[in-house]
Design a protein around this ligand. Structure first.
Ligand code: DLL
Length: 438
């Protein structure tokens, strides 16, 4: 994990390797300021604090954060469009919205400083994976209201890498850009990365020989280690897990370094907590629960104790890269993704983990729930998965069903379909269709 001159590559070493005591003191100072600001400037928070009978002065240590009320996604929708602004509207410089929702989205405002801070964190994250100004960065995320593409775009520009704002879709053009400009680094969702790997395989193009790809930043939706390996094999590069959410600036909240062992969550900008999603109680490091985040430097729209609904755990052990910011494990699902099928709690990620470990299985799948808890898993065969013998398909279906039963305790119907027949998504993939009328 070194830069060209043999030293570890950091964007701002003094920020990234700050001693824990100093980092925690900085967090507390910033937390106090944030809490004071929202109390004074955002009536929504003043009321919430008053209802919970807490005052900004009650925050004397980081542990006092637990006394403050949570903010939920429903809260953000309830004050749409401008109810959470902590600055006059003319100081807001950019608007993004959350994705994947029906009805009114969450409106997220950025001041000039917020835009710059978001780009700083992305620059920091990208440098941690080895990016330099020599890199060619093809941004295959959606540009628009979604934060994904824009925020990383500005981060890469800060580093001085060449940015190709390709956006998603149009695989032929993506490939042309990669070939003509010798793209080294891509930013992509896991579902589109798998699709792109399929596309290269169908073309008979070996990315290791014919492309110059070194790394992919993959995030915006949950995926498993098995999927990471499939993408790495299919595209001939290293995959770095990238986590973020629009409520917290978008990407660049937590990112893997070259060690690829959990994502450093940038604690000078966010305080993290892991709680039991049912009780709201704090959980110790290493235990899996819901990630709760508080912004420390956001100007236009600070958010206190945001319930992300994402399930993960904190890795407290120091990282070999030298960064002192603690890591979180890969997100294993969302608290509200959990399916209850015949009384059993199931996360779609568990199903993905099994599917992606079966060699003859392709890269796309869809879980459907019908009637009274009937689960069907449609899954594509890989290009080489079908040898023309129907009995082999039946065998494979039975094998997958048995493996799934071992993991999720129920036996779904398995429907193997030819490669390329399931719908693909350029943005976030929809993996579950719930038609149950329960
Ligand atoms: O997806 C921001 C982002 C863009 C992150 C590009 C990384 C790369 P939202 O649309 O607000 O923002 O969705 C946020 O996506 O709460 C998680 O449930 C999920 N998510 C994001 N990154 C990951 C990841 C962007 N690496 C929601 N692993 C979050 C698992 C992820 N889930």
């Amino acid at each position: 994990m070194t830069s060209g001159n043999g030293k570890p590559a950091y964007w701002k070493p003094e920020e990234e390797t700050l001693a824990r005591t100093a980092l925690e003191a900085l967090q507390l100072d910033r937390l106090k300021k944030t809490v004071g600001r929202v109390f004074d400037a955002v009536p929504f928070y003043r009321k919430k604090f008053e209802d919970a009978k807490v005052k900004p002065d009650d925050v004397r240590g980081l542990a006092d954060l637990a006394r403050l009320p949570f903010t939920t996604g429903a809260d953000l929708r309830s004050i749409y469009p401008t109810g959470m602004l902590a600055v006059p509207l003319d100081e807001a410089m950019r608007l993004h919205t959350s994705s994947g929702t029906t009805g009114k989205p969450k409106a997220l405002f950025f001041s000039r400083r917020d835009v710059d801070n978001a780009a700083e964190l992305c620059a920091r994250s990208m440098v941690a994976t080895g990016v330099t100004r020599q890199d060619i960065f093809q941004n295959m995320m959606t540009y628009g209201l979604f934060t994904g593409a824009f925020v990383m775009h500005y981060g890469a520009e800060k580093i001085g890498a060449l940015v190709i704002p390709a956006g998603p879709g149009n695989t032929e053009r993506q490939l042309m850009l990669m070939q003509d400009f010798r793209t080294t680094t891509i930013h992509i969702t896991p579902s589109f990365a798998l699709y792109f790997a399929d596309f290269l395989e169908k073309k008979g193009l070996d990315p290791r020989k014919e492309l110059n790809l070194k790394r992919a930043f993959v995030g915006a939706e949950p995926y498993t280690e098995a999927t990471r390996r499939k993408i790495e094999e299919g595209l001939g590069l290293r995959v770095f897990n990238s986590y973020g959410l629009s409520e917290m600036n978008g990407p660049g909240v937590a990112f893997e370094c070259q060690e690829q062992a959990g994502m450093h969550l940038w604690e000078d900008h966010y305080v993290m907590e892991i709680i039991n999603p049912e009780t709201g109680q704090a959980l110790p490091d290493g235990e899996s629960g819901e990630l709760v985040l508080t912004t420390l430097l956001r100007e236009a729209m600070p958010i206190i104790r945001y319930r992300t609904r994402d399930i993960t755990s904190i890795v407290a052990a120091p990282c070999a890269c030298g960064r002192t910011h603690r890591r979180i494990q890969r997100i294993t699902g969302r608290a509200d993704d959990m399916l209850i099928v015949r009384g059993v709690n199931i996360y779609p990620q568990q199903i993905e983990r099994v599917l992606m470990s079966v060699p003859k299985v392709g890269r796309n799948y869809l879980i459907t729930l019908d009637g009274l808890d009937e689960m069907t898993v449609k899954v594509e065969l890989s290009e080489f998965g079908f040898d023309g013998q129907l009995e082999h398909v039946v065998e494979l279906q039975n094998q997958i069903a048995a493996q799934l039963r071992a993991e999720i305790l129920i036996k779904p119907k398995i429907d193997l379909v030819p490669p390329g027949t399931l719908p693909i998504s350029e943005g976030k993939a929809k993996r579950v269709i719930d038609n149950r009328k329960l």
